[in-house]
Structure formats: C-alpha cells, structure tokens
Design a protein around this ligand. Structure first.
Ligand SMILES: Cc1cc2nc3c(=O)[nH]c(=O)nc-3n(C[C@H](O)[C@H](O)[C@H](O)COP(=O)(O)OP(=O)(O)OC[C@H]3O[C@@H](n4cnc5c(N)ncnc54)[C@H](O)[C@@H]3O)c2cc1C
Length: 435
C-alpha cells in the first residue's frame, strides 16, 4: 500500500499516526508546503507575544518522521492530483503514485479586497512564516482587523509585547460568531482593561502609506499604525481538490462521507478543508478547530489503512480565557435565531443568567442542549459538551444546570438516568473525574 498525505498539520499528523497504528510498513509520502514542520498553529499567538520560543511550538518531536518511517517532503507544494493515474504532482514536477490519498490542506486566510491591502506591514496570522513576519515587524502601533478568536488573541499578544493595539471589527460586537452580544460585552470590557482600544461596527475601507502601511481608514476615522494583522477568517483550501474533480459542498469545503472519503474512491479529506457532520446543527458544517482536525485525521487514517470506522460528528468549541484572564467558553450554536437546525417549528429556547461578572446561556432544541455560552463561571463545561454530544434531554435538570453553585452531585441523577446514552469510556470519565 502506498499512502500520500497532503498537509503537515493537525489533521495530517493525526492521520499518519492512525495509519501507523494499523500498518507499520507501507510507504507514506507526506507533503507540506510550509517550511517549518510539526508546529502547533494554536500556539502562534504565544510566539507573537514573545512568550514561547519556536522549539516550544512543536506538538511532535523533531524525529517524528524518522521514527514513523515517513518520507516527509517539507516545503514542497503539491500542484496537481491525477485521479486516473493515481499520482500527485509536485510544483517541481515530481510525480508520486498513491493507493490511498488524504487531503489535509486546511484553510487559507481570507484577504479582503481593500484598497492598499498589499502594502508592507500588513499580514495575516496563519503560517509560521506569518508569525515570524509579525514578530519582526517594527513600530509601536498595531491594528488588528477582525475580532474573532484569532483577532482577539493576536491583539492581546501584541499588547503583551508592549505595542499599542486597536482591534477593529465591522460587526456590532467582538467575537461575533462565537459569543453573543451579552457575553461579548463582558469580554470587550476585559480586552479594554488590558489596554486595547476596541472599535466595533466600523469597516476598514482603505490602507494608506507609501509602500509601508501608515494608517487604516474606516468609514468614520483614520487609525495611525505601523502594522496591520488581518484576522477576518479562513476558507477551506479546496483548489487542488476542485481541479481534480472532487465534490465540493455548499459551504465550499470538501464533501466527505462518515469514513472521511470524498466522492472519489481512495481519496479522503480531513480537518479545516472538510465539511463534516455537526452534532449541534444536525447538518454539515466546517468546525475549523484543532481537536476536530485531529479527530477527523484519525478517522481518515484508520479507514485508509483498512479499519472501517465512522466519524460521529463534532461541534464547535472556543475558549478565550487564557488570553482575557476570565474563563470564557462557547460551544455549539450561539443563538437560536442563527441555528439552521432550529428552524421548522421545533421547540427552541434560550435560557440566560447574568450577573455583573458572569453570564451563562443555554440554547436548547427539544429540551436538548445545542449550544452554551459560559463566561466568568465555566464549571462543568466538559459535561455540558457531553450532554450536547449525546443529545441528553435536560428538561428537568435546567434549574440545576443554570445554578451558580453547580456541582457534580446535583447532576448525578441526570447522568445515572441516562447512563446508557453515554459511551462506556465517557461514562467512566464522567464518574471518575466529574469533568
Ligand atoms: C493563529 C491561530 C490560532 C488558532 N487557535 C486555535 C485554538 O486556540 N484552538 C483551536 O482549536 N484551533 C485554533 N486554531 C485553528 C487550528 O489551528 C486549525 O483548526 C487546525 O490547524 C487545522 O488543521 P488542519 O490540519 O486541518 O489544517 P492546517 O493547520 O491549515 O494545515 C494545512 C497544511 O497543509 C498545507 N498545504 C495546503 N495545500 C497544500 C499543498 N497543495 N501542498 C502541500 N501542502 C499544502 C498548508 O500550508 C498547511 O501547512 C488556530 C488557528 C490559527 C491560525
């Protein structure tokens, strides 16, 4: 068997490990167009903040490829997949045959068509090269465009290394897709308390400067700066798949079946590039987070190596607490009115509890949790996740779930009553740790 893996990040490495858990001998060729292998993207903001040095970003040891007998082609881009010949072609024109192929090409940062976007000093934060560029940029004033998780983390990282930072968001509040207005108010206050200027509801319309960026012009002000970090989102890197005739889904990710196989036999996809089943939405979605890429890579790898196993689906989870200094977790859908699976007259409700420093909201569909926002008080967040995943009816436990002094003993009757809904290992973990 000859395996070819395109990508070298969370999804790809997890797939390689899964293949090796079944098949220790077959040839594996791995291609990554990034020059630095085996670093965790999740940790890049800490590198930008000068809190972690480059070696500490690694999520596998430097001899990983050697240990796992993988021919790693680092810094090599695959330009084409020939489906008929079952080969991939690199940018240098070298051809490699495959019996099983995995596309773990991830996402690409969105670059908005704003006049002046190509000026020096403007960069996304996606790759190690981006992080190094931002790390070495000179100047005192930074503007971060986009207040999603990466934008917020990057703003705080730049502030931590002594810069003056403005965080600019065109929508009405920070973290617009992962937290609601109410939670965002608490989080915004924390961000501002850290010394960051936040501007919401304003759009960047131009970058000025003669070569080097000097300011960001919005619809109502001009913000002087020496650097700009673009954090307006990522989109699946589907070009290679598209060119090969692999089916693309409605969300512009690669469509896969529960074994993570595309519409073409022997070609699989996993991670930020793939559209997969989202448990909270009860439909396909792209949950572009590290744990989902790793789990999908594992499922793809096992299937590629001949172990038939299905992906259960995932749901989004975001935690921003490490950066803002207050625990803040969001999972699943954030608002009932944006929940596509909540349409069609099903019983949907939002339950909220707000104090000065804390906020808790549950989004329920037919008495099952499909989303949760927890700010300032995140006890039992792991258990909330499992209740969501296993679609447990929580109707008669709602007062307990919403209570400030939530503790394991109060949840025990619900867990015992639904013991057969949990996986054995999950149930053991709940009982052993209380999560
Ligand atoms: C700054 C930042 C912070 C983040 N923080 C978090 C966090 O706190 N928690 C969390 O869960 N997630 C976080 N994420 C998201 C997380 O990093 C991604 O979900 C995860 O990396 C996806 O893994 P992947 O393997 O699908 O793809 P990627 O990590 O995108 O890797 C795909 C790789 O494939 C390579 N590639 C693409 N096309 C080709 C080709 N044709 N030939 C060769 N190589 C190719 C790419 O260059 C890239 O190296 C963060 C992301 C960023 C950028």
């Amino acid at each position: 068997m000859r395996y070819v893996i395109i990508g070298g990040s969370g999804g790809a490495i997890s797939a390689v490990e899964a293949i090796r858990s079944v098949d220790q001998e077959s040839q594996i060729e791995l291609f990554s167009d990034e020059a630095t292998p085996l670093f965790s993207r999740v940790l890049l903001p800490y590198y930008v903040a000068e809190e972690l040095s480059k070696p500490l970003l690694n999520f596998r040891s430097a001899d990983f490829f050697e240990q796992n007998k993988i021919n790693a082609h680092i810094g090599v881009r695959v330009d084409e997949i020939s489906v008929n010949d079952k080969t991939v072609l690199t940018e240098a024109g070298d051809s490699f045959p495959f019996d099983k192929l995995l596309l773990a090409t991830g996402g690409k940062p969105i670059v908005p068509p704003i006049p002046g976007i190509d000026k020096e000093g403007i960069s996304p934060l996606k790759t190690m090269a981006d992080a190094e560029r931002i790390y070495h940029l000179k100047g005192k004033n930074a503007v971060v465009i986009g207040a999603g998780s990466i934008g917020v983390e990057t703003s705080i990282s730049l502030k931590r290394r002594g810069m003056e930072v403005t965080l600019l968001e065109q929508l009405g509040h920070v973290l617009p897709t992962v937290f609601d207005e109410e939670a965002a108010l608490i989080i915004k206050k924390r961000i501002e308390d850290l010394g960051i200027t936040t501007v919401t509801g304003e759009k960047a319309i131009q970058f000025t400067g003669n070569g080097q960026v000097k300011s960001v012009v919005t619809d109502s002000r001009e913000i002087k700066c020496d650097m700009v970090v673009l954090a307006v989102g990522v989109k699946p890197a589907i070009e290679l798949a598209q060119k090969a005739g692999i089916e693309i889904g409605l969300l512009r990710g690669i469509k896969v079946d529960p074994q993570m196989m595309t519409n073409l036999p022997d070609i699989y996809a996993a991670g930020d590039v793939a559209e997969t089943y989202d448990i909270s939405r009860d439909s396909n979605w792209i949950n572009a987070i590290w744990p989902c890429a790793v789990e999908q890579g594992r499922i793809a790898g096992l299937n590629m190596a001949g172990r038939k196993i299905s992906y259960e689906g995932s749901f989004r989870r975001n935690s921003i607490g490490n950066f803002i200094g207050v625990p803040a977790i969001s999972m699943g859908v954030t608002r009932a009115d944006t929940c596509s699976s909540c349409e069609g007259g099903e019983a949907v409700q939002e339950i909220r509890k707000r104090t000065k420093e804390t906020y808790k909201k549950l989004i329920l569909k037919n008495d099952r949790i499909v989303g949760a926002i927890l700010v300032g008080q995140t006890q039992k967040a792991g258990l909330f996740g499992i209740l969501l995943k296993r679609k447990i009816n929580v109707a008669d436990t709602l007062p307990v779930l919403m209570s400030k002094s939530l503790n394991f003993m109060d949840l025990l009757p619900l867990i015992r009553r639904n013991a057969d809904q949990f996986k054995e290992a999950e149930y053991k973990e709940i009982m052993d740790t209380g999560l």
